[in-house]
Design a protein around this ligand. Sequence first.
Ligand SMILES: [Zn+2]
Length: 283
Amino acid sequence: MPELPEVETVRRGLEPSMAGVRITQADVNRPDLRWPFPERMAERLTGARVERLRRRSKYILADLDTEETLLIHLGMSGRMTVSGDPLGQFVHDHPALEKHDHVVFHMENGARVTFNDPRRFGAMDLMATGTEETHPLLAKLGPEPLGNAFSEDHLIARLKGKNTPIKSALLDQHVVAGLGNIYVCEVLFRAGIHPARKVSRISDARIAALVLIIREVLLEAIEAGGSSLKDFRQADGELGYFQHNFRVYGREGHPCVTPDCASVVKRITQSGRSSFFCPSCQR
Ligand SMILES: [Zn+2]
């Protein structure tokens, strides 16, 4: 499931093909993904110029010159591929339409952007530009973890008095937007906090320290994603998936990476999701 750094990598990967470029034709090959598409979606997108691509949490927002904004959510299994990019970053010919290629954007510069989603947990919607803060999917989101509103004071205030495990508190999208299971595991490892520790039993200083660690973990992953974009000549044009070096995530039974720590990474299940942690380094 793509998390914030993967979505940011997709956004950056789409920019050369889409930002400032007109959609000469939009093909919408089914009526819905997770929810029905907006009315006349193909018609409203065809001929529109993409002014800029933004990201809010795990949503990509494409502002159009029609004063509408297209929201794109990859969901669990959504993939975006670019073919025929005129800037030469993607050297692939347009492939034949595949099963689950639900939406295709033919760009004026010759690029083709395809949204493929076998499980259809993804979403696309259109809204008036500037109204995204009231959109049902975005209205209740907390601050962006990489933005100024996400501060030590904010995190301390939002977590004050909570009796939930720190892992669940950080996954709460009202507290901070866009953090998912993988990066919360990595954050808590770097912070030395056990994922099951109750928030009320963590000092304000340790909570405050999480802000910088969250930014660091996300920025490192975004940077890894950015480097992956440079390798697209060898890739299949699919955006957003790249090699990670996780310290605990997915490493159950492997030695802890902390020098001189003799423990192995453990896995527990919290709210139906796996938490990976080192029982010696995380308390
Ligand atoms: Zn350890």
